[in-house]
Write a protein that binds this ligand. Structure first.
Ligand code: 5GP
Length: 210
C-alpha cells in the first residue's frame, strides 16, 4: 500500500531562508517534489527559467489565470505569483509530498481547497536577522527591501493560521525539523484509514479462527 502524498505549504518572511531550506530538504530526501511557480517578477541574477520560476509577462500570466491553469495566485509587492495546477496534481497522484513555497494569501486559498494540506511558517529568530539577511542578499533595492519588510509586518498577523512554526537559526536543524513534521503527519490516523481498515478486517478473520 503506497502512501498518499501530502500537500505542504511553506511560507515565511522574505529573507527567512526558505529557498536554501528547500534546496537542502530536496537534496536530502527523495520524497519531496517542489512546485515551481509562475511569476511576473524579473529574474534575479543567477535565476533560471523553469528552475526557480517560470518567468512570465503580465499578459501571459493573466492568460494562465483565465485558462484555469493555476491552483492559486496572489499579488506580492507589485508582481503576480501563482502555482501551476498540473504538476501538483501529477506529483500528489504519484505519492510524492508536494511543497508549495508561497505567501500567505496563497496559503489561505490552498487550505480552503485542500483542507488536509499542512501549513508551515518559517522565520528567523528575530527581525534584525531578517533585515540583515535581506541586505546581505543584495539583490533588491533598498526601497524593495523596505516594501518586503512592511509586507512581513502584515504577514506576521497571520502566522497563527499555520499549523507549525519553524525557526531557521541553524539550517540543518531547521531542515530536520521540517522533515520530522511531515513524517509525523504521515502517521496521523486520518491519513491511514485504509491501513486501519485492513488490519481491522484481518483481526476479525483471525478472531473467527480463519
Ligand atoms: P520572491 O520574489 O522572493 O521569490 O517571492 C516573493 C514571495 O512570493 C515569497 O513569499 C514567495 O513565497 C511567494 N511566492 C512564490 N511563488 C508563489 C506562488 O506561486 N503563489 C503565491 N501565492 N506566492 C508565491
Amino acid at each position: 500500500m503506497s502512501r498518499q502524498g501530502i500537500l505542504i505549504v511553506v511560507s515565511g518572511f522574505s529573507g527567512a531562508g526558505k529557498g536554501t531550506i528547500m534546496k537542502e530538504l530536496l537534496g536530502k530526501y527523495e520524497q519531496y517534489a517542489l512546485s515551481i511557480s509562475a511569476t511576473t517578477r524579473a529574474p534575479r541574477p543567477g535565476e533560471r527559467e523553469g528552475v526557480e520560476y517560470f518567468f512570465k509577462s503580465r499578459e501571459a500570466f493573466e492568460q494562465m489565470i483565465t485558462k484555469g491553469e493555476l491552483i492559486e495566485y496572489a499579488c506580492y509587492v507589485n508582481n503576480y505569483y501563482g502555482t501551476p495546477k498540473a504538476y501538483v496534481e501529477k506529483k500528489l497522484k504519484e505519492g510524492q509530498d508536494v511543497i508549495l513555497e508561497i505567501e500567505i494569501q496563497g496559503a489561505r486559498k490552498i487550505k480552503e481547497q485542500f483542507p488536509d494540506a499542512v501549513l508551515l511558517f518559517v522565520t528567523t529568530k528575530d527581525a534584525a536577522t531578517l533585515k540583515e539577511r535581506l541586505k546581505k542578499r543584495g539583490t533588491e533595492e533598498l526601497q524593495v527591501i523596505e516594501q518586503r519588510l512592511s509586507r512581513a509586518v502584515q504577514e506576521s498577523e497571520g502566522v497563527e493560521e499555520y499549523d507549525y512554526l519553524v525557526i531557521n537559526d541553524d539550517l540543518n536543524t531547521c531542515v530536520d525539523q521540517i522533515h520530522a513534521i511531515i513524517e509525523s503527519e504521515h502517521q496521523k490516523t486520518k491519513r491511514n484509514r485504509e491501513k486501519i481498515e485492513k488490519i481491522r478486517e484481518e483481526l476479525k478473520d483471525f478472531s473467527k479462527g480463519v
